[in-house]
Design a protein around this ligand. Structure first.
Ligand code: ATP
Length: 354
């Protein structure tokens, strides 16, 4: 029961909210749409739910074209940012809502509600009013309501964004464990990269209605398809250089002269100018720069962040580069050398993008 979007576009006046989107979400997968505000994530989710009709393209679920099917007949579970619970109804009635619409016999209905509440660990809260619950509990009720109908697909639109930071992280962990336990297929929308990485099997990165890359969190971080993905998914500095082959190694000869190891996948671009993506944890600092293999720069900012320290280094051309390293490696104002950690192979992007 996979979900496929084929050539889906949606325009609102002058805005092309979704631009020829092709996407397949596999059965049992936790799949996330990630991108900045306005990139079309919610519109895609609404198209999948059946609240919007695409201008072009098809939505296919379990080999059926459901593009023109009503939201009710699709029967997907939905959880929204604002929970959309009924404040005047009890927790039980909120969770039972979708089941009543399906005219389930009373005993089955009670059993399904109880099971859904047990899944979110709120089995003793059935009689409470929704207003008597905390934000995190309300979010779990919204999830229970969506799960009670035993949907073949669960749609989640920024469901954690109303929670404070601590609760958000805890609820995120619970959500991940719960959905994996049920094995449900889920399509999740967020603009928060950390949340996307924590929860997802695969992530689609979108910008201005267009798909930029689909991959596992690891693939997106280590092999971003372009500058936008590199910068949106974690911190990155881009350094320009020329790709060279040295025996078994592909090296990038930086404009400063230092030669650093690049991924073997860059090998096909030998002799070409590229940009390499450098992540903060891929670099080391040294107080005594090696003029042949190091980039040199001046530490302009040192921030102790607990598990690591963040050093901002200004290169001679004014470019800033961030290094995550143990505390005490350098002080503000100090001239330092930078080089990759021994096992780092840098990811290279073509220098000019369309
Ligand atoms: P956010 O993270 O801010 O919710 P998003 O990525 O979910 O953003 P969408 O809500 O899908 O983005 O919106 C995509 C674009 O389409 C935006 O420019 C938005 O203003 C526009 N848009 C969405 N819905 C409508 C509508 N009903 N009428 C007009 N424009 C719309």
């Amino acid at each position: 029961m996979d979900l496929r979007l084929e050539g889906v576009s949606k325009r609102f006046g002058d805005v092309l909210a979704v631009d020829r989107l092709d996407l397949t979400i596999e059965e049992g997968e936790f799949f996330t749409l990630l991108g900045p505000s306005g990139c079309g994530k919610t519109t895609i989710l609404r198209i999948v739910a059946g609240f919007e009709t695409p201008d072009t393209g098809r939505v296919v679920f379990d080999a059926d074209d459901i593009t023109d099917r009503s939201p009710q007949r699709r029967g997907f579970g939905m959880v929204f940012q604002n929970y959309a619970l009924f404040p005047h109804l009890s927790v039980f009635e909120n969770v039972a809502f979708g089941l009543r619409a399906r005219r389930l016999p009373a005993d089955q209905l009670r059993e399904r509600v109880a099971r859904a509440l047990a899944l979110v660990h709120l089995d003793r809260f059935g009689d409470r009013r929704v207003q008597q619950l905390s934000g995190g509990q309300q979010q779990r009720i919204a999830l229970a309501r969506a799960l009670a109908i035993e949907p073949p697909l669960l749609l989640l639109d920024e469901p954690l964004s109303n929670l404070d930071a601590t609760l958000r992280e805890r609820t995120r962990t619970e959500l991940r464990l719960l959905l994996k336990e049920i094995g449900i297929t889920a399509l999740f929308v967020t603009h928060d990269q950390e949340e996307a990485f924590d929860l997802s099997d695969r992530v689609a990165v979108l910008r201005e209605g267009r798909l930029r890359q689909v991959g596992t969190p690891h693939e997106l971080y280590k092999r971003p398809a372009d500058r936008f993905v590199a910068g949106f998914v974690g911190k990155a500095t881009l350094l320009t250089g020329l790709l060279e082959q040295h025996e078994a190694d592909v090296l990038v000869r930086l404009d400063s002269g230092a030669a650093w190891r690049a991924c073997e996948t860059a090998g096909q671009a030998i002799g070409q100018r590229v940009e390499v993506v450098v992540r903060p944890e891929e670099l080391e600092l040294s107080r005594v720069p090696d003029s042949a293999s190091d980039l040199t720069g001046k530490v302009i900012d040192v921030r102790y962040l607990g598990s690591f320290t963040s050093y901002r280094v200004e290169l001679p051309d004014g470019q800033l580069i961030e290094v995550a390293a143990p505390a005490g490696r350098a002080d503000e104002g100090e001239e330092v050398g930078l080089h990759p950690t021994p096992d780092t192979r840098l990811h290279a992007l073509p220098l000019r993008e369309p």
